[in-house]
Structures are given as structure tokens and as C-alpha cells.
Design a protein around this ligand. Structure first.
Ligand code: UD1
Length: 379
């Protein structure tokens, strides 16, 4: 779509968000676009995440303007949720056709909207392209593969993404190494988070607790797996207190197992916390245990050791240069790694190329180049 504002032409981007991590990624891009004369945006929220704690609070804290469109799809099976997003997003694109659809990460909303846009012949840009766990049992891996195969502009956060896209035969002209936009958000909010004392709500001190997050289907949907992990965390909490903001998906299985009926001292299970609180809790933790992709990245930049509760990662730089160690769901590995950290043996990590707070700026430049915008040229 080309529109003209005060005799100047500009292009409209549809920015698509659906789940909590998408909001952390879109915020820096919106900030960058707010000062741009050639690019305007429409923010489309699919409604995949709808609880206040998973969505609304993130808008406030990250200073994201209210979405222009909410597709209100809610929760469902993968096929039903994807189909509902597609149907509603297609109507939205028919009503007003953008110059480009920009999708983020690897959630169902990402894939569904890329598919709809591509079929309507609208260029797709994928932020966080090229990541591969090579594990197709993860719904996110399927979403990544489909989204990348449909995207015209592949905006890559770490070098492994470039390697993967090249080996899949994607042309150099479509690939841009722009760095990690999630880290733009982290660096912006770090001063405020560092000064926060969220840990004190649990009677804890900096460096004297571990932070736990857990929501992957492979860890939380199977009752026996979650029971075994829970036993491990319970035992671990007797030597280091654990703060555990629990995802609704995880709470559901914990309730089915009656594991939340009796409180475990030092294992502090809470509702999901907002972005600033989760950064504060990470920054001041002795170590983090997680299966989240974003937290693997954030803890690497914060220099906090991270035990990644997965067998693989699509973000290998967090292991090779960052602070992450893959421990899977083996309670023995988790124990051994935690003991090492308690005895001062852990990865320190190094600075990671282009995780520097400027990714949004590079993304906007890449989009403009792709759309043919630039000095003396219009959309
Ligand atoms: C989704 C993403 C995952 C991402 C995660 C971040 C997919 C396939 N997965 O997983 O990659 O890391 O978001 O949180 O897109 N629910 C609520 N309230 C909400 C949202 C969800 O109660 O606001 C509950 C519902 O019972 C729902 C379940 O959580 O069925 C799972 O939600 P869903 O969006 O399907 O996947 P996530 O597990 O959140």
C-alpha cells in the first residue's frame, strides 16, 4: 500500500504479534518507526495470548501503543488456533493491504500470518529468521521452517541462522544479519531493572536464589516428566531458594498432579511476572533454569549462568559464547550443574556480535532497502 501524507509517500507495515515474547521484540521496532517518515505501521495482535499477565501488562511496561487490530483468537489446538488466525488475518489484509507483513519469532501467530500474507502476494519479513533446533517434535521448529520458507526478507539474530538459511538454498539477497532485537529491549530497560528489588517480595537477597521458568510442551505437558522435574526442583530448593513464575500451561499440569496443594518452603511458585520483574529476577539470580529461548539469550547478555532444560537449542551462540549449558530434563545433569555453580564453577560468557541494542535500527534499514525506499526514492 502506498499512501501519501503531506505530499510525501510512505509505506505501511503490518507488524504481527501474538504471544508474550513477540511483544518484547516488536517494542524497539515500533520505537524506531515512530520517528520514520517513510514507514508507518499497523499493529496486529492475534490474541494468541490474552491474559493480562501474558499480554496487556507487557504493552504497558514496554510502552507499546495499543494495537490497531485484535483478532481475539484465544487458545485452541494447534490446527484450530492456526486456522482461526489465518481466517481473521486474511479478512484484515483484504480490508487494508500493507506493503509488507513483519512477523517475529516462532509462535503459531508468526507462521499463520506469514502464510496468509504470502498467499496474497504481500512481501514477508521474518525477524529472528534461520534459527533451527533440528527437532521437528517442537511446534516452534515447524513454525520456523514454514515461516522462513515463505519470507522474502530474512532478518537474522545470530550467525548460525545465516548458515542454516544458506544451506537451505536461500539467496544472499534475502538474508540480513541484523542482530538480536530482544536485546534492544533488555539494554533499554536494564537500568530500571537493576534498581528493582523484585526478589525481596520473596524474602530473598541478590545472588542467593535461582530463577526457574518452564513452559515447553516437552517439559510440562507430560505428567511424568513434570513430576520428575518438580521433585528435582523441590530437592534443589533445600540448598538454594527458587523463584518460579509459572506459565498457565505449566500450572495446568501441576494442578492435575495436585503438586500445588502443599507449599514447598523455598520453592516460590508465582503468577507470570511482568517484563521488568523477570529481567530484575534474572539479573540478580545466582543462576537461571529455563526452557525459554528468550531467557537463554537474556541471561547470556546479563552474564548469569543458565541451565537450559532442553536437549537442544536453536540458539547455539548462547552455549558457545554465552552462559548457557544444555542440561535437558535429566535430574542428574541439573543437580551436577547446579552444584558446580554453587561452588563457583560456571561459564562467564563473552559479548555477542550485534547484540548491542541497535538491531531495530538495522531492521528498519533492511526493510527500507528491500522496499526500495531510500534517498530520493519512494515506496
Ligand atoms: C506459546 C508459543 C511458544 C512461546 C510461548 C511464550 C506456540 C506454538 N508456542 O506457547 O513458542 O515460547 O508462547 O509464552 O505458538 N494460556 C492462558 N492464557 C494466555 C495464553 C495461554 O491461560 O494468555 C494457556 C491456555 O490454556 C493455552 C496454553 O496456555 O491453551 C498454551 O498457550 P499457547 O499460546 O497455545 O502456547 P504457549 O504454551 O503459551
Amino acid at each position: 500500500m502506498r499512501l501519501s501524507k503531506s505530499s510525501q509517500e510512505y509505506c505501511v507495515l503490518d507488524l504481527v504479534v501474538g504471544a508474550r515474547p513477540n511483544l518484547v521484540k516488536v517494542a524497539p521496532l515500533i520505537r524506531e518507526l515512530q520517528y520514520d517518515d517513510q514507514l508507518k505501521f499497523r499493529l496486529v495482535h492475534t490474541g494468541q495470548h490474552y491474559d493480562n499477565r501474558m499480554s496487556e501488562e507487557f504493552f504497558d511496561v514496554l510502552e507499546i501503543p495499543h494495537e490497531h487490530v485484535n483478532l481475539e483468537v484465544g487458545s485452541s489446538s494447534h490446527a484450530k488456533q492456526t486456522a482461526c488466525i489465518m481466517e481473521r488475518f486474511e479478512d484484515c489484509l483484504m480490508g487494508r493491504r500493507p506493503s509488507m507483513v513483519v512477523v517475529f519469532g516462532d509462535v503459531n501467530s508468526t507462521m499463520a500470518c506469514a502464510l496468509v500474507g504470502a498467499k496474497l502476494g504481500i512481501p514477508i519479513a521474518h525477524v529472528e529468521a534461520g534459527l533451527r533446533s533440528f527437532d521437528r517434535s517442537m511446534p516452534e521448529e515447524i513454525n520456523r521452517i514454514v515461516t522462513d520458507s515463505l519470507s522474502d526478507l530474512l532478518l537474522v539474530s545470530e550467525p548460525a541462522g545465516m548458515v542454516n538459511l544458506r544451506s537451505e538454498g536461500r539467496p544472499e539477497t534475502a538474508i540480513r544479519f541484523v542482530g538480536n532485537i530482544m536485546i534492544d529491549s533488555l539494554l533499554r530497560h536494564l537500568p530500571v531493572c537493576s534498581a528493582r528489588k523484585t526478589y525481596s517480595h520473596y524474602g530473598l537477597m541478590p545472588g542467593q536464589y535461582a530463577l526457574l521458568t518452564l513452559h515447553r510442551p516437552s517439559n510440562v505437558d507430560d505428567q511424568e516428566t513434570l513430576r520428575s522435574l518438580w521433585t528435582c526442583f523441590k530437592e534443589l530448593s533445600s540448598i538454594i531458594p527458587i523463584i518460579f513464575p509459572a506459565h498457565p500451561r505449566t500450572v495446568k499440569t501441576l494442578k492435575e498432579l495436585d503438586l500445588l496443594l502443599v507449599k514447598t518452603p523455598n520453592l516460590h511458585v508465582t503468577d507470570p511476572v511482568d517484563y521488568l520483574d523477570v529481567l530484575c529476577l534474572q539479573k540478580h539470580a545466582l543462576f537461571v533454569m529455563t526452557d525459554s529461548g528468550g531467557i537463554q539469550e537474556e541471561s547470556s547478555v546479563l552474564g548469569v549462568p543458565c541451565l537450559t532444560l532442553r536437549e537442544n537449542t536453536e540458539r547455539p551462540i548462547t552455549v558457545s559464547e554465552g552462559t548457557s549449558t544444555l542440561v535437558g530434563k535429566s535430574t542428574e545433569h541439573i543437580w551436577r550443574a547446579a552444584q558446580d555453580i554453587l561452588q563457583g564453577r560456571y561459564k562467564k560468557g563473552k559479548p555477542i556480535a550485534l547484540w548491542d541494542g541497535r538491531a531495530a535500527h538495522r531492521i528498519v534499514s533492511s526493510i527500507k532497502e528491500h522496499l526500495g525506499l531510500g534517498a530520493g526514492r519512494s515506496c
